[in-house]
Design a protein around this ligand. Sequence first.
Ligand SMILES: [Zn+2]
Ligand SMILES: [Zn+2]
Length: 194
Amino acid sequence: MCSNMPPLELAIQFHGHICPGLLMGVRVAEFARDYLDISPDRDEELLAIVETDSCGVDAIQAILGCTFGKGNLKFRDFGKSVYTIASREKNRAVRIAQKYQPHPHPDNARFRELNLRKELTEAEAAEKEELLGSIFERLMTMPFAEMFDWREVEPEIPAKASIFPTVQCSVCGEGVMEPRACLNGQLYVCPDCV
Ligand SMILES: [Zn+2]
Ligand SMILES: [Zn+2]
């Protein structure tokens, strides 16, 4: 990963667009980096457990280098904006949870509404740009403690991702990682063919 790029730029480039969710993720990644005093992951020194699969997770991947492909990004499908970042070297972990906000900021709601439209008038496009500017300003400067709660937790760091042998599915003929295949008598069957 080209680390000369500022974290925010890395996140935007990776995610493809700039949006409120991504910015929240940037704040989380930068906070975790400073709190644990860590540098971006190269070879699974870090582990991220995320409880959402929305925009913010891309900032975690781009900035902290915890990625799906390396196996050090774990997804717990809880639908919560909660991120646990652990460092193998430091043997420490921090759990960061977005505070519940019963009333989202009106700017965010309006931005989302405009964002979902297929076509925007010139005035609406300008409004959207302006909203994004003020959302950016607010989310990047708001004190972290107003947005998130955090606490140090016991790091549960598994062994580095293992590599499993590939076996052949007896139905479709495609290869499948052995632990994901079922055995039908002596024959392997992939999850797609079960
Ligand atoms: Zn997004
Ligand atoms: Zn199959």
